[in-house]
Design a binder for this molecule. Sequence first.
Ligand SMILES: [Zn+2]
Ligand SMILES: [Zn+2]
Length: 99
Amino acid sequence: MGMLQDFTCPACGLNGHVSGGEDAGMLAMTTTIYCKNCDTLQDAIVEKCHVAVPARRIKPRCEKSRHHPVKLWNQNELCPRCGQSPLALDERGIVTMWD
Ligand SMILES: [Zn+2]
Ligand SMILES: [Zn+2]
């Protein structure tokens, strides 16, 4: 079961509705990335799970283009855009369960 939450940077205002790190669903594993080109937080697929095929690790990439520079980010790290502050979790934000 994967869980998405709202994160906001109090310093620069970057925000995203992401899992905030590695997350696993029934069919895929994701990790949170920051795309410098799109200036967005995203959850990128790093592993697809198939029953018959051994899981293969996929390089996380921007959903728009594989050529965009991306940076791995998890919620224990500083803001991937400004590096000034950790992102705040919005407690009243919508939590999305995916899967
Ligand atoms: Zn920031
Ligand atoms: Zn991008």
